[in-house]
Design a protein around this ligand. Sequence first.
Ligand code: MG
Length: 403
Amino acid sequence: MTMLAPYACHPALSRGRRYPEPAAPTRSDFQRDRDRIVHSTAFRRLVYKTQVFLNHEGDLFRTRLTHSLEVAQLGRSIARALHLNEDLVEAIALAHDLGHTPFGHAGQDALNACLKQHNPDSAGFEHNLQSLRVVDSLEERYPAYDGLNLTFETREGILKHCSRRNARHIEAREPGGVALRFLEPSAAADAAGPRLQPSLEAQLANLADEIAYNAHDIDDGVRSGLLSLAQLQDVELFSQYQRETLLAHPGLQGRRLLFETIRRMLSAQVYNVIDATHAALHQAAPGSADAVRRHAPLVCFTPEMALQSSALKRFLFQNLYRHPQVVDTTQTAQQVVRELFAAYMADPAQMPQAHISRFDGLDVSHSPSAKPERVVADYIAGMTDRFAAKEHERLYGRVAFAV
Ligand code: MG
């Protein structure tokens, strides 16, 4: 690792773990967090969880796992150039989607609706908070505590968004902890102003996530046949690098044209973030990671690139995520999740004993007790696509998806 900038997160200055542990002989605390995440059960499940396309629709589409690896790669590259902590960015990137339900956003929306329907007063389902629940309490790997006992900085990065209501629950258990920034305005702002920010490494993992999915969703969209190169001509961020590619390689077609265009587009965004963030850091000159937290967001694109990136996002939303074929599988996926929820609520004995025993108020992390609906939601959220489909078939005797 290169030398860390003063505004990077230094492992020696970490706010530490919830359960103090002696330092490892050769690894920093953030390396250790990364290693714990890679060895977790939730991490292995990511390979069978949907990113956009359902896991069984094709072996070459991104899954949550390969998406997370791409986020980690982009994050590390940028972190190294900015002298930020690569290990921390990688840990956050690899953990950021651990709380995702089966079937991607469709599954999450359905689970959220189930919880709210069951109890209008429910805190619902938030995938960032669920990722934190996974690393704080749902993983069962250590003799002395639930969860992975990660450092504050990794947990801060995982909790990218949080409703005020859920933030108040976390704050009550962990005063001044990872939820504080969703409750407190920054020192410079009034009550309606921006909240405290997370570390640069967390800001970077977040932007690397966007860069990764914008690029790989084009690739997967074209591979699936739902998007065409002709349609992508309307997207400035894509078409300018396709023109550049064709100037350098006249006559190039098909996948090589697609891949080279995406490669150039990715590089341009990476260097854009490095340059824009470098300039923002130079101007703000934060003296420490805590000074970063009190400042407005510093990891950024140039305004022009930010506009192009939003335009690409809008394009993908309209043409891929809302494509009738994707919407169709989305509706089936939501029905599977709703029916699983109904079946386990009606007959909890259909769940494994380890989950049923959590009904006894064993939940130590973010809610006062493990209400049955939360236990059921945790169980469903942990499922892979194909396990959810098989469970649904077992409980209802019909096949929702041909897996
Ligand atoms: Mg992601």
